[in-house]
Design a binder for this molecule. Structure first.
Ligand SMILES: C[S@@+](CC[C@H](N)C(=O)[O-])C[C@H]1O[C@@H](n2cnc3c(N)ncnc32)[C@H](O)[C@@H]1O
Length: 388
């Protein structure tokens, strides 16, 4: 029986056991848990890697601009930020087109971190933002950043009020966010989960809770957008490299368990990205995500790898690429050192420059950075009206 049918069947079978309280660990071994498993299980915060992940993000230092500019992955970070900016702008535009001019736009940012996307929400002229993250310190920093942004906005000429905001420190894979909203009847237009959704694939139960959070208050016609590591690409690189780990100068992915094919949930690996991330993550089996999302009336409308998104959007996003310094200039301007360490890091650009179409200078990423960027995919789901 194919894996997804098996999953759906298990789901049905397990529903019957829900009231008897299936243990989350047990259920995860089965690869599935019931949709309405008792909240008792959800409240068992000690289960899983949330504490490890929270501790990691809580202790990440806020680096100053100077420090960040020296980072080996400066352009990769800026590039990822550009992808997010384009994606957010694109879906906010779709939202606006479906509403009357000037109507309120309400957004939920799941895994908001320190508020790296606050400015994007400001630029998109949204009305209200709910920020939720597991790491309390990050939520605090996000709140401070929001307050700074608000004070600055108030000092701006032609001042337009900044969106209102609320902040929730919670494990979005275990806690029903709606119960913590100021207005639990809120109708959201957009839910965004950037570089954070994959943490929920620790177990079926957590994935389900996350999707419920994403969908529950989203109005029909609203969108759920996100960026996650591409499980296919990870598995392909892993297999080419012997099945346990693979790495380059800036990242390393190391699996704990070499089971092939990996489990649908709990397929854990450690992701290390120079100076930014070093903690356990989980493969997102995309067909399972699509199937599970359907349960919450979310229908896949778009999925694309970062490099394809870039190829498609680079003309439209050209000026933003420049403003955000999302690409490194090659060959570099006089006295500007390259971030890559070896000449091989730029072999691909040198080849391009030698082609008839090649320019004298181009914007690029070093090979290790491209290899990291091309590990990710973008997705967008649309909320459908409930079938009667
Ligand atoms: C790589 S950071 C991304 C932050 C932000 N979205 C961005 O793009 O800048 C991942 C974030 O996911 C959060 N996270 C991880 N697991 C989570 C969970 N179970 N519930 C809520 N947030 C979680 C982390 O605390 C961290 O802030």
């Amino acid at each position: 029986m194919n894996k997804l049918r098996k999953l759906a069947k298990m789901d049905d079978e397990l529903k019957g056991e829900a009231s008897s309280g299936v243990d989350a660990t047990e259920a995860n071994e089965l690869g599935s848990t019931p949709s309405d498993l008792s909240t008792k299980v959800r409240e068992r915060e000690d289960i899983g890697h949330g504490t490890v992940v929270a501790a990691h993000y809580n202790t990440l230092e806020e680096k100053g601009l100077e420090e960040r500019n020296k980072s080996r992955i400066l352009y990769l970070r800026n590039f990822n930020n550009w992808v997010k900016s384009m994606l957010i702008a694109e879906y906010l535009e779709k939202v606006k087109q479906s509403k009357t001019h000037g109507a309120a736009i309400k957004v939920l940012d799941i895994g908001c971190g320190k508020g790296g996307d606050l400015f994007k929400w400001k630029r998109g002229s949204i009305t209200h933002l709910i920020c939720a993250d597991l790491a309390e310190t990050s939520v605090e920093q996000c709140k401070n950043r929001y307050n700074d942004l608000r004070s600055r906005s108030e000092r701006e000429r032609g001042y337009a009020p900044l969106f209102s905001a609320e902040f929730i420190a919670a494990d979005c894979t275990k806690v029903r966010l709606r119960e913590h909203y100021k207005d639990p009847s809120i109708a959201l237009d957009l839910v965004s989960c950037q570089f954070a959704f994959h943490y929920c694939f620790e177990s079926y139960l957590q994935a389900e809770c996350m999707l419920r959070n994403a969908s529950e208050c989203l109005r029909p016609g609203g969108f759920f957008i996100g960026t996650i590591p591409d499980a296919n690409e990870i598995m392909s690189r892993l297999q080419k490299n012997g099945g346990k780990e693979f790495e380059n100068d800036i990242y390393k992915i190391e699996f704990y368990d070499e089971t092939v094919p990996p489990h649908l949930f709990g397929a854990k690996y450690n992701f290390h990205l120079e100076g930014v991330v070093d903690c356990p993550e989980f493969l997102v089996h995309f067909p399972t995500l699509v199937k599970l999302a359907e349960k919450f009336d979310l229908q896949l409308v778009f999925k694309e790898r970062f490099q394809d998104y870039f190829a498609r959007q680079k003309e439209e996003g050209r000026s933003l690429l420049g403003k955000m310094q999302a690409l490194e200039t090659y060959p570099p301007f006089l006295k500007v050192p390259l971030l890559g360490r070896d000449p091989e890091d730029y072999e691909h650009v040198q080849q391009y420059l030698q082609t008839p179409a090649g320019h004298r200078k181009v914007g690029t990423l070093s090979k290790p950075e491209w290899e990291a960027a091309s590990l990710y995919v973008i997705f967008a789901f649309e909320k459908k009206a409930k079938q009667k």
